[in-house]
Design a binder for this molecule. Structure first.
Ligand SMILES: [Zn+2]
Ligand SMILES: [Zn+2]
Length: 171
């Protein structure tokens, strides 16, 4: 699998480690994963008409040694796993913050009424003519807190700092 550095983009001939290869001078032929590699100037010439290059020239390059190539790939893999670990740490961190929120929030905040009593009472009166006991304000507030907690966990699990409507479960 690592027998050669690249295959020629035109004739598929292998370009060996430490060998000369040719690139096209056009910048779009040298971009990341779609970069082109040529075994010869003839192969550079062969690709130019298909990409409608007006001006271009072949640039001589030297393939890295096998050791340098493998080392660079290993370093890239290490950077990638470091990035992956950082993402995991960040998620764990935001989850931890929510757990702290659960356990350390003071009693006052826990008992705070989150609904507007007068609006709720008039809603119930208008719909049904019924009166409203103050006890339901507390109970509904507990329900709102529970739904908000679920929303925070959902947002944190996707690495967001904003709770969106879709984080709140449907009834
Ligand atoms: Zn070729
Ligand atoms: Zn080109």
């Amino acid at each position: 699998m690592d027998a050669s550095f690249k295959l020629c983009s035109i004739c598929r001939k292998p370009i060996g480690f430490g060998e000369i290869w040719w690139s096209c001078s056009v910048s779009t032929c040298n971009r990341g994963k779609t970069a082109l590699y040529f075994c010869s100037v003839d192969c550079v010439d062969a690709h130019a008409p298909t990409l409608r290059h007006r001006t271009y020239y072949a640039e001589e390059q030297r393939a890295p040694t096998r050791e340098a190539f493998l080392k660079a790939r290993e370093e890239e893999a290490e950077r990638e796993s470091a990035r992956e670990q950082a993402r995991r740490d960040k998620n764990a961190e935001s989850r931890r913050r929510i757990v702290q929120l659960h356990t350390s929030s003071n009693q006052e905040a826990e008992r705070e009424i989150l609904v507007i009593a007068s609006r709720l009472k008039s809603y119930i009166r208008e719909r049904s003519g019924m009166n409203t006991s103050d006890g339901i304000l507390e109970k509904l507030s507990d329900h709102l807190r529970a739904l908000a907690d679920i929303g925070m966990e959902s947002a944190a699990s996707e690495g967001r700092k904003t709770v969106l409507a879709r984080d709140i479960p449907d009834l």
